[in-house]
Design a protein around this ligand. Sequence first.
Ligand SMILES: [Zn+2]
Length: 157
Amino acid sequence: MVLEQVPGQDAAMTFLRGAAERPHHAYVFAGPEGSGKSLAARAFAASLLCANGGCGECRDCRLALRDQHPNEFVVEPEGRDIHVDTVRDEVWHPAYLTAPEPGRKVFLIREADRLVPGRRRHAAEGLGGAAGRRRLPPAVGSGARAARRRSGAGATS
Ligand SMILES: [Zn+2]
């Protein structure tokens, strides 16, 4: 299983295994550089997109682990910030459209602390609104700090 292949984050991976069975609309992955946030987020995305909960072998897993799954939308900073147009085009619009393939859509916002102030809530509401909820995303790892900053949804920071 893909979540078991993330090294040194046993507690966070235990949490994510449970979360993959009944996911909230958004999670914040926070921690120091090199702690495996991106690897964990990618593995979690695979576990959400795979019909077998993240087997690591199927097409869905292989594509998700390379950030190439058609139902996975990856948002990255352009320069210093993630701008409002990027949030609108890469989060809001696809959140309200039918997924390219049957199944869930997963949004991965890298370095969500670079969302232009005022847009963090906007991004989280875009995903929460699409899911019919408006709640602060649960934090993974040392994410309490990031959660208080309302960093966004499905995010690494
Ligand atoms: Zn799989």
